[in-house]
Ligand binder design. Structure first.
Ligand code: MG
Length: 369
């Protein structure tokens, strides 16, 4: 089997509510999505998506995905999409780094490989759990009152997991954490996501003030060096996501005991092939995982769900459904959707959901062998 054509689409995904990152640092209203269709000489078609969480968040740039694909296309055309490691090596040789540009092609290859095998991607990867995965909310509120309101809104839609965005002001952060913990229900999963919004001193202040609660803080510093500098000076569990980009990051975090949780974002780390290695490092070191897209449509959520299904139930904390935060629908309601706050693994071979091509409009680029 050979990849004969790569077709690239650009599509805007408007957010239902404008988004502010922790501390009001960044605001954006639309996600710039790239959809990639791979055609093969046997008629199988695979789809991938690359949707960064805006371009001001971390080093990921939607036009960069499309430019990266332009650079890599001739090295990928003609390869067998089922041999994901060969496709990965070809992309890494053609364009070192730029992991977020490679993820959509890797995703589309897994989609084709699953269809060829007659298996959902998770099963092709070795076995997918059918335990529905809780969806983490994204609570980007400011005050304690707003935070309660947003959590209630998500609870009404069945959510049992919440990612509460903090990282603005030390006193307000402590107050919001304490308030959320006071209304936390049994079994609810709550993560306090700092999104790099603290200095080292601020991180120590809040984390030490919350030690009695033993809540998990995500990305409490800008870099892994910052997270490492805090390590051993507080007793709160830590999750790392923005600083978990490469396999070397994963190895360092595990070896040095910098975090108890990995936040694996598929597009950031370069797709399923690379993310699966991080999963294994996590499992080998007793590290739990949140598995999610960096953003995007039901396709991106479905990809993350497949990886999450390959994580043993006890080690998978939650996934995300960015689709619930956007107003565009590109798959006609198909694919894994929020059911009582959970996503259920699709049973169709491959990814389990493809976009309506009419919804995507005309391609922005076509590369052929
Ligand atoms: Mg995060």
């Amino acid at each position: 089997m050979k990849i004969t054509r790569i077709t690239v689409y650009q599509h805007d995904l408007p957010l239902e509510h404008p988004y502010w990152l922790s501390g009001g640092r960044l605001k954006f209203e639309v996600l710039d999505a790239t959809f990639v269709r791979l055609d093969t000489d046997v008629g199988l078609v695979g789809w991938g998506e690359g949707t960064p969480w805006g371009h001001t968040y971390v080093a990921a740039h939607s036009p960069g995905i499309r430019a990266g694909i332009e650079t890599m296309a001739r090295f990928v055309l003609g390869l067998d999409p089922r041999r994901v490691l060969e496709v990965e090596r070809a992309m890494d040789l053609a364009l070192p780094g730029h992991l977020y540009a490679k993820a959509p092609i890797d995703m589309a290859c897994w989609d084709i490989a699953g269809q060829a095998a007659g298996l959902p991607i998770a099963d092709l990867m070795g076995g997918g759990s059918r335990t529905p995965r809780p969806i983490a909310s994204s609570v980007g509120a400011k005050t304690a009152e707003d935070t309660r309101e947003v959590i209630e809104r998500y609870r009404a839609r069945g959510y049992v997991a919440h990612s509460v965005k903090i990282g603005g002001d030390v006193e307000r952060d402590i107050a919001r954490v304490r308030d959320v913990e006071s209304i936390r229900r049994p079994g609810e999963i709550v993560l306090y996501d700092v999104n790099r919004g603290w200095s080292r001193a601020e991180a120590l202040q809040v984390m030490r003030a919350c030690e009695d609660l033993q809540v998990t803080f995500e990305q409490p510093g800008e870099t892994l060096d910052d997270v490492a500098a805090l390590s051993g000076r507080h007793s709160c569990p830590v999750s790392v996501d923005e600083s978990l980009v490469t396999l070397q990051d994963a190895a360092r975090i595990a070896r040095d005991g910098l975090a108890e949780v990995f936040g694996i974002k598929l597009n950031r780390v370069g797709g399923l092939t690379k993310a699966a290695r991080m999963r294994d490092i996590a499992l080998a070191h007793g590290i739990d995982m949140f598995v999610m897209a960096t953003g995007g449509s039901v396709l991106a959520d479905a990809e993350a769900l497949h990886l999450a299904a390959t994580v043993p139930d006890h080690a998978c904390r939650a996934v995300w459904a960015c689709q619930d935060m956007i107003t565009a629908e590109i798959a006609g309601g198909r694919g894994p959707r929020n059911r009582e706050g959970h996503l259920h693994l699709p049973e169709e071979p491959g990814l389990g959901v493809h976009p309506d091509q009419e919804a995507l409009g005309d391609p922005v680029a076509v590369y052929e062998a």
